[in-house]
Design a protein around this ligand. Structure first.
Ligand code: AMP
Length: 708
């Protein structure tokens, strides 16, 4: 017989649970008889001691100790040396998992083969992969890693209720803070809508404040600093945590500090404790407000707040929740155990799904956990002026996982030699290469040389159920996968991207800047706007943002630049989603050409304005005159019309007859997508090789493609 468990592998404490034969999730105690195992390891002359015995030895301050190593998960530069051996954070996590597994096997009298392990919602790819690797090191088949707040909601059985509610999970443990907005969709399941956190903020910081308070009193009294000595610090650590816990239930506590010959006793009351930790509490409030604001949810629309993690016992947390959300937190599940209990449920459901395993109790039905990406995924690209590297976001954060996003990538091939692309994948929200984390260098090889020199590779970024990342690549139009290898990153990888790109690249490839301008007059309301937005998304999907910037303009009675040209897929998608009919007035007095000209005036490379019109504009002669000024400035105007748009007018504003398109509304998506594809496969180079006739050929080709 073999068993399946859910494991909450925590920064300070870990918990393991299973679903018993009556179908009840229960915590499995460790060899010391405790539900909670401190994630602490002590190395005592070749002996490895884990859990509360290690925590007790930590207080003596005599032996090498590993604690809080979850904060280092996935960090390739962290190594702990003890007893002549080096340990990575994964090795240390495996030691804790090993103890949890062995102790639980003794209690259950069964071998444990499969597990679901929980991770903070904001864990990135590297940290998730390191967690899976730690499980595998102790012989566990990791069915899935799931986000801790999702597991907590499952423990409350919220996923079965299908209430359409918004739930906030406020998780303050020993070393991490995590705030997550969940939705319990009407059809059931748990959907993580957004999350944020700080994995350097937790109960330990509250302890440290008490230590500072005590040390300062001690210095005042005896003129010596107890923090000079490791043994005194270790002693203070234990007393401070103990005092903090007491202040959860009593108003005042007395703490004794001994150092050298001296011994002092100090009173600490709850009010003082809250005063010296107010900024820590405030950090959690700011992160909570940030998530609510980002998702445009008011506190009064939150249906319930779940508390997770030992530090949420502190009265200051309860007070904040009641004050802000107008009701006390939800009750019923132990804050230390909720995550492991939920993980145990997900584990049995996954085992029955993945291995057809049956159980003596009836399953609740697969837990529909719909998680979202917590970090945007991007790649390093060159900016529009080709003067600097930027982070181009490909898969925006808060997308439901599993998910995949495929983007074209232009690459000039050489006839001889190895043709390959290096994709530096990043996680992070900003455009600056110094502010993102580097997940890996993916090398796409065996790219066949192209006659035209330019190969378009469809690069796919995939998040699987566990939130880990994979890269795949295909030559556009071919079914064959190109080999992709993950190569080691240099520790100072970002330095390379803080310098300007090499000159050669500038010569080969010019940047493309395109503005999509949308007529948003009254006649666009309803389906036309929806189709136009879909078409714009289609354009975005087929655009190589490593070599192209996209901007969005709205116009009707007035003109408004919704987004100046950007290489950030998230911002572009947001700008498209935010287009609103009549936001620039209900009529047709304006045209976008002056705006386009001024936006693109100082832009290098190839420049395009792709204008969508659905009706007749009030001042067509003026629009034509301004469009011609764009043509004269070498800005290619592509005009797309549908509905009651005037076809002759479209031809007049477009740079050529071939650059004007008239399509039924249903054809908008294909028209926009195909134009983007042509711009990508030609690098926006519609005219350099054979002059005008070539340009007409390419655009005529689009007409041909669309007719098919
Ligand atoms: P966790 O990481 O969820 O196991 O939480 C551990 C943290 O919770 C540690 O910092 C503990 O000191 C803290 N903690 C546990 N019980 C209490 C309590 N009664 N009052 C305040 N903090 C507590």
């Amino acid at each position: 017989m073999s068993a399946v468990v859910g494991i909450d592998l925590g920064t300070t404490n870990s918990v393991v649970a299973h679903v018993d034969r009556y179908g009840k999730p229960v915590v499995i105690p460790n060899a010391e008889g405790q539900a909670i195992t401190p994630s602490v390891i002590c190395f005592r002359h070749g002996e490895i001691i884990i859990g509360s015995p290690a925590k007790e030895l930590q207080a003596l301050g005599k032996f090498p100790i590993a604690a809080f190593f979850k904060r280092q998960m996935g960090n390739p530069n962290f190594l702990l040396s003890a007893d002549d051996k080096d340990y990575t954070p994964t090795d240390l996590s495996a030691l804790v998992l090993g103890k949890l597994k062995t102790d639980a096997e003794i209690i259950l009298k069964e071998r444990i083969t499969d597990a679901v392990i929980t991770v903070p919602a904001y864990f990135r790819d590297l940290e998730r992969k390191a967690t899976i690797a730690a499980g595998e090191m102790v012989g566990l088949n990791v069915l899935q890693v799931i986000n801790e707040p999702t597991a907590a909601a499952v423990a409350y059985g919220l996923e079965r209720k299908g209430t359409g509610q918004q739930i906030l999970v406020y998780d303050l443990g020993g070393g991490t803070f995590d705030i997550t907005l969940l939705e319990i969709p009407k059809e059931g399941g748990v959907k993580v809508r957004a999350s944020a956190g700080n994995h350097r903020l937790g109960g330990k910081d509250w302890d440290d404040r008490i230590i500072q308070f005590l040390a300062s009193q001690f210095r005042d009294e005896f003129g010596v600093d107890p923090l000079e000595d490791q043994e005194s610090i270790a002693d203070l650590l234990v007393h401070a945590e103990e005092a903090k816990k007491q202040l959860t239930s009593v108003n005042t506590t007395k703490i004794t500090v001994t150092h050298g010959q001296h011994c002092g006793g100090y009173l600490l009351d709850r009010a003082k404790f809250e005063e010296i930790t107010a900024d820590l509490m405030e950090s959690t409030v700011v992160l909570t407000q940030g998530v609510l604001e980002e998702m445009k949810v008011r506190p009064k629309h939150i249906n319930g707040v779940l508390l997770v993690g030992g530090s949420t016992r502190m009265p200051m947390v309860h007070r904040y929740i009641e004050r802000t959300f107008g009701k006390p937190p939800m009750q019923g599940v132990n804050v230390d155990e909720a995550v492991a209990l939920g993980a145990a449920w997900v584990a049995v459901e996954q085992l029955s799904l993945q291995k057809n395993k049956t159980f003596s109790f009836s399953l609740r039905g697969p837990v529909q956990t719909i998680d979202v990406t917590n970090h945007s995924l991007g790649m390093i690209a060159v900016n529009d002026k080709q003067t600097a590297y930027i982070n181009s976001i490909i898969l925006p954060k808060n997308r439901e996982i599993p998910c995949v996003e495929t983007r074209p990538y232009q690459h000039y091939t050489r006839r001889s030699g190895d043709n390959y692309i290096e994709v530096f994948m990043t996680q992070g929200e900003t455009q600056h290469p110094a502010e993102v984390s580097y997940i890996g260098k993916y090398v796409i090889r065996d790219i066949p040389p192209q006659k035209s020199g330019l190969a378009v590779i469809d690069v796919s970024y995939q998040y699987d159920r566990s939130g880990t990342v994979k890269v795949m690549a295909k030559l556009q139009g071919s079914q064959q996968e190109l080999p992709v290898t993950l190569e080691a990153l240099l520790t100072n990888v970002q330095d390379r991207f803080l310098r300007p790109p090499e000159i050669q690249k500038i010569e080969i490839q010019q940047h493309v800047t395109a503005y999509l301008a949308f007529d948003l007059s009254g006649s666009m309301s309803g389906d036309p706007l929806k189709e136009a937005q879909k078409a714009a998304h289609g354009f975005l999907k087929n655009t190589d943002l490593a070599h192209c910037s996209l901007g969005i303009i709205a116009f009707s009675d007035r003109v408004k630049t919704k987004l100046t040209a950007s290489q950030n897929a998230r911002k572009i998608a947001e700008a498209i989603d935010q287009l609103k009919v009549c936001e620039t007035g209900g009529g047709n007095d304006a045209d976008p050409f002056d705006e386009v000209l001024s936006l693109l005036k100082n832009t290098d490379g190839r420049r395009f304005a792709i204008v969508l019109a659905d009706g007749v504009w009030s001042n067509q002669p003026l629009a034509i005159k301004r469009a011609k000024a764009c043509h004269a400035a070498n800005i290619e105007v592509i005009a797309i019309g549908f509905g009651s748009a005037d076809q002759n007018f479209l031809r007049d504003i477009a740079s050529s007859n071939e650059s004007s398109f008239f399509t039924p509304m249903e054809g908008l998506v294909e028209t926009f997508s195909t134009i983007a594809q042509v711009l990508t496969t030609t690098g926006g180079n519609l005219q350099t090789t054979a002059g005008q006739s070539e340009k007409h050929g390419l655009l005529a080709g689009i007409h041909g493609m669309l007719k098919r």
